[in-house]
Design a protein around this ligand. Structure first.
Ligand code: PEP
Length: 248
């Protein structure tokens, strides 16, 4: 059976004091449960110190597609590895829409992450306009194809995919379990057409206003293998309950 994985995306939130309280609460409560938190770059050392030796992994929310050099303000995959990161989010819809990240750039970041031994959490998903226009599958397929044609389908054996409908991120509007399951099944079948083994093992997370109250129903869908959690990952009791729902 595939594992379920919940990852928190803290976005640009937190402080040393707030993080200490949050990490201090989730670490003992999630003992033995595999989970992850993706924190802002300046707090990677704090996450590493607080979570080392626990069942909670940590990671970043972005990385450079470059290996090293004169790229002011950028952070490389090797630097993330230096801080013990296991995961890095690539292609989050906020990076795509606010910072102009194209499918091609996302594919380069995905490859840079894997080349350094990180597990990319590859985000895909349609906007509200795209859903209403009936092109959800076309959009998700295009986003996946950019990575598959650059890195190969076999690369997905060392990646996580997060389906995040843009209209559900931070809006309080969650996709229904049926809506999410339909897209997850589409993703898995698309990959299965290229490599059945990779498709069967692939962890496909759902993201978009997941809370303790809706996590159980979402995670009980056959192709939903946990979640990528934004707002609720900043609230210890919510994140703990969501991770426990995935571990059931
Ligand atoms: C996210 O940031 O990836 C996300 C899904 O946010 P939220 O859970 O707040 O919708």
């Amino acid at each position: 059976m595939r594992k379920k994985l919940v990852a928190g995306n803290w976005k640009m939130h937190g402080s040393l004091a707030e993080n200490a309280a949050l990490l201090g609460a989730i670490k003992p409560a999630l003992a033995g449960i595999e989970a992850a938190v993706c924190v802002p770059f300046p707090y990677l050392a704090q996450a590493q110190a607080a979570l080392a030796g626990s069942s909670i992994a940590w990671g970043a929310q972005n990385l450079s597609e470059q290996v090293k050099g004169a790229f002011t303000g950028e952070v490389s995959a090797a630097m993330l590895v230096d801080f013990g990161c296991q995961y890095v989010i690539v292609g989050h819809s906020e990076r795509r829409s606010l910072y102009g990240e194209t499918d091609e750039l996302v594919a380069k970041k995905y490859m840079a992450a894997q080349a350094a031994g990180l597990i990319p959490i590859l985000c895909v998903g349609e906007s509200l306009a795209e859903r209403e226009a009936g092109v959800t599958e076309t959009v998700v397929a295009r986003q996946l194809d950019a990575v598959i044609s650059a890195a190969g389908v076999a690369s997905l054996a060392k990646a996580v995919v997060a389906y995040e409908p843009v209209w559900a991120i931070g809006t309080g509007k969650t996709a229904t379990p049926e809506q999410a399951q339909a897209v997850h099944a589409f993703i898995r079948s698309k990959i299965a057409a290229l490599d059945a083994g990779v498709a069967t093992g692939l962890v496909i997370q759902y993201g978009g206003s997941v809370k303790a109250a809706n996590a159980g129903e979402l995670f009980s869908q056959p192709d939903i293998d946990g979640g990528l959690i934004g707002g609720a990952s900043l609230v210890a009791d919510e994140f703990i309950a969501i991770c426990r729902a995935a571990a059931k």
